[in-house]
Design a protein around this ligand. Structure first.
Ligand SMILES: [Zn+2]
Ligand SMILES: [Zn+2]
Length: 389
């Protein structure tokens, strides 16, 4: 019976506001055993506490994996390229790999150490620290709900800036919050989103590079022992170690003359790990590219793509707009995340995004609706663009 109730809840997830809450809710919560109408938050709270207590563990594991894969490239693929092609070709290919390695590591560490941007808590005070942003701006938030005059965070006890959301793991309101990522031990938000996107991009390119150039090395070390589905690539077949391969070649003599059987298994592990990560990154990258060109965040996309949820917007004229912050062209939208010189994101350098993260420019169509009821001088898009902190 509980299974049927659980399935029914998932099918009717809209009444629970979000699918996640529906997944973990029954009329009587399985964890705290308390009856509840809107689902129980205790399991959600446990997940958040678990994520917070994991702290830097996953971020350190991510760095270790990047280092292990890169080390395997140096001791396995580079010598193989030297043997199979020429020294100059191998050095060029390895140079590209080292560039990818530096870019992945730089963007990952930038995500970890650069703050996503926090809304000030009540003790900081908007009036002194954020003088350029009068309180009246918050009442024009396009995402206000039916019963709201400003968006207010009970935990931080302060008004939420536009597009800010409270992260229960960080316990702060995050500017232009996208999501909390345990692999970077941080939230993805206004200030570090560009590094997150470039991390996904370089990780996808880097793993593809490892898979492409490591393919021949893999079948130098291993041979196919059996294959049930012949139409699949041979890496999906059962492999066994190839005993014929001579391990002590001259190009590896600098590596203390060790035998490489154990390292072969590490190489196999790295190869399959790269295959898995590459497939996942491709999905993430496509999703994040869609968000990027439409200038929306993951959290906003849940609401934007759901007509029922859009109906809760206070301003009725805004209910048929899927993408409130879309500026009308992909280039303008990308500049909102990557800055005016967006091509610099390809280089491992840091610079601040456009604006202050509290207010955001709107395209004319939306701007006129949002500020339609202003009788005095309305804050215009140009003003929103030039506000800096
Ligand atoms: Zn908050
Ligand atoms: Zn967070």
């Amino acid at each position: 019976m509980k299974l049927i109730k659980w399935l029914r809840n998932i099918l009717n997830y809209r009444k629970f506001n979000c699918r996640r809450r529906a997944l973990f809710s029954l009329k009587c919560c399985l964890v705290c055993k308390k009856p509840t109408k809107r689902g129980c938050n205790c399991l959600n709270g446990s997940i958040d506490k678990g994520t917070a207590s994991l702290g830097p563990c996953l971020a350190i594991i991510a760095v270790l994996l990047i280092l292990i894969v890169s080390f395997q490239y140096i001791i396995q693929i580079h010598p193989h390229l030297v043997r199979e092609t020429s020294l100059s070709t191998a050095i060029n290919v390895t140079g590209v790999f080292l560039w990818l390695f530096v870019s992945v590591l730089f963007n990952h560490q930038s995500c970890v150490w650069i703050s996503p941007g926090y809304a000030p808590k009540c003790t900081d005070g908007y009036s002194s620290k954020y003088q350029n942003v009068p309180d009246e701006y918050f009442k024009y938030d396009p995402e206000l709900k039916n019963d709201e005059t400003v968006r207010y965070c009970k935990q931080c006890q302060t008004e939420k800036p536009w597009r800010a959301h409270h992260c229960r793991v960080c316990n702060r309101c995050i500017l232009r919050m996208d999501h909390h990522c345990p692999w970077i031990w941080n939230c993805v938000g206004f200030r570090n989103q560009r590094y997150f996107y470039m991390f996904l991009f370089y990780l996808w390119v880097g793993t593809f590079f490892f898979i492409y150039f490591g393919y021949n090395r893999l079948f130098e070390l291993y041979k196919v022992s059996s294959c049930i589905l012949t139409f699949l690539p041979t890496i999906f077949c059962k492999l066994e170690e190839n005993k014929i391969v001579v391990m002590n070649d001259n190009s590896l003599s600098w590596f203390n003359g060790r035998r490489y059987n154990d390292e072969n298994q590490w190489f196999m592990f790295c190869y399959y790990a790269c295959c898995g990560v590459n497939a996942v990154m491709l999905t993430f990258l496509m999703w994040n590219s869609f968000l990027l060109v439409n200038n929306q965040t993951t959290l906003e996309s849940f609401q934007n793509l759901n007509a029922e949820m859009r109906k809760t917007r206070k301003n009725k004229k805004l209910r048929h707009f899927k993408y409130l912050y879309d500026l009308g062209s992909a280039q303008l939208n990308i500049q909102q995340v990557f800055g005016s010189k967006y091509y610099l994101a390809l280089l491992p350098i840091c610079y601040a995004p456009i604006g202050n993260g509290l207010l955001f420019p709107l395209r004319d169509q939306v701007h006129q609706i949002v500020f339609a009821d202003t009788t005095n001088e309305p804050p215009n898009t140009k003003h929103l663009k030039v506000v800096t902190v």
